[in-house]
Design a protein around this ligand. Structure first.
Ligand code: FDA
Length: 384
């Protein structure tokens, strides 16, 4: 059967692109090797899918070209997706920091997208191996189907056990599109060396401001048996390169708090002062790192300030990350320089499009990555 467009990947980006194009009258085929559509949607947000963020702005995305996402994000916004969710009667709530979740289940989002595809007469073919993509006589041929337009929506290689692959990059290379080196993002860090004691307080978390290369996020940080995780850490991991340090401020105004503690309980030790603000096991490791052993009343201003500096700028030098196995997304990918920011079409290969996580646009944690999938999917869907 001949189609107007073949979409590779039945994830969020591919399904929204297919539904948009189908409802505008195009004959669309979606191909996926998985046995279910939208597998990452199903596991997202703890099963409730953090489907967008009310604070979506271009500044919440990383890309070699920070301007690229602006057009698509402004033409299909978080409010457009929310309106779709409401039209389907899906109840939702805002958790924190503008993050919108389903009240019920992420399955509702997948059902909504498949329903939208059905309304557009889209064929969704699952459990299908793609094999080679052939381009000849203005047609793209893949898995026995052909169409003059092909949309790469196969995501990135994060979480391979869910069926994620780097096939988007193989197809991009085949057609001469550039790649920005892909890397795991929104990913926990591993710690070694001097930071080993922190691995012994696995399970402890605290509010913190994490900072890497001048970018900072104030959320929870979590110590794990391998290193560091939690939202604040995942956020800065997207900005991290091997060799960079990660700084944590675990006690804002530490100097003021320590001085107050010294006045109030001069016979106590550093650990007791820290335990007033931090989990006991963390206070234990930190008081060892600070190394002040005398009673607080005998600690000089200079030593107190040194302790405060450690608490407000606790530096780690991660040995690495937990890699694609644990990365919520892949940063980098198909170079935006190869694509039109209005349509997502390849500049040098008419009819070829790339959308979603496959492209070098990566959102912060908190619903931004799905919003990019919807916005870039809508942009390509409208152009088909
Ligand atoms: P996506 O990866 O969703 O879809 C790609 C599709 O292509 C898949 O169906 C796959 O099977 C198919 N495919 C891949 N290789 C193929 C091949 N070789 N042949 C055939 N088919 C192939 N984001 C967010 O905004 N809010 C959230 O709550 C979460 N939560 C979350 C939790 C977890 C555990 C993860 C791993 C990720 C998230 N994310 C998230 C990120 C979000 O899931 C991600 O950014 C989007 O799903 C990307 O959508 P795409 O459609 O681009 O790719």
């Amino acid at each position: 059967m001949r189609y107007d467009a073949i979409v590779l990947g039945a994830g969020g980006a591919g399904l929204l692109a297919a539904a948009t194009a189908g409802q505008a009258g195009a004959r669309v085929l979606v191909l996926d090797h998985a046995d279910k559509a939208g597998k990452k949607i199903l596991i997202s947000g703890g099963g409730r899918c953090n489907f967008t963020n009310t604070g979506t702005e271009p500044e919440c995305f990383l890309s070699d070209n920070p301007h690229f996402a602006k057009s698509a994000l402004s033409r299909y916004t978080q409010w457009d997706f929310l309106a779709l969710v409401e039209r389907h009667g899906i109840d939702w709530h805002e958790k924190t920091l503008g993050q919108l979740f389903c009240d019920g289940s992420a399955r509702q989002i997948v059902a909504m997208l498949l329903d939208e595809c059905a309304r557009g007469g889209v064929d969704v073919r699952l459990s299908t191996q793609l094999g080679a993509v052939i381009h000849a006589d203005g047609q793209f041929r893949v898995a026995g189907a052909s169409a003059p337009q092909l949309v790469i929506a196969t995501g990135g290689p994060s979480i391979p056990k869910m069926g994620a692959t780097g096939v988007a990059y193989d197809i991009a290379r085949q057609f001469g599109l550039g790649l920005v080196a892909p890397r795991p993002a929104l990913v926990p860090f591993t710690l070694g060396g001097d930071d080993m004691p922190f691995r012994e307080i696995s399970g402890v978390s605290c509010p913190a401001t994490a900072r890497v290369r001048g970018r900072s996020f104030q959320e929870a940080a979590l110590f794990t048996h391998k290193g560091l995780s939690g939202p604040a850490i995942l956020q800065v991991s997207s900005y991290w390169s091997p060799g960079d340090t990660v700084s944590l401020n675990v006690l804002p105004d530490a100097a003021g708090k320590l001085r107050a503690a010294r006045k109030r309980m001069p016979r106590a030790h550093m650990k007791a002062a820290l335990t007033e603000h931090l989990p006991v096991r963390l206070a234990d490791v930190l008081s060892t790192r600070i190394g002040v052993t005398t009673e607080l009343g005998n600690v000089s201003d200079a030593d107190l300030d040194r302790a405060a500096d450690i608490l407000t700028d606790l530096t780690f030098r991660p040995s690495g990350t937990e890699g694609y196995a644990k990365a919520e997304v892949t940063a980098g990918g198909i170079d935006t320089a190869a694509l039109s920011s209005k349509t997502m079409e390849a500049r040098t290969v008419p009819g070829l499009y790339a959308i979603g996580e496959a492209v070098d646009v990566t959102g912060w944690l908190g619903g931004y990555n799905f919003q990019w999938a919807w916005s870039s999917g809508a942009a390509a869907g409208q152009a088909i």
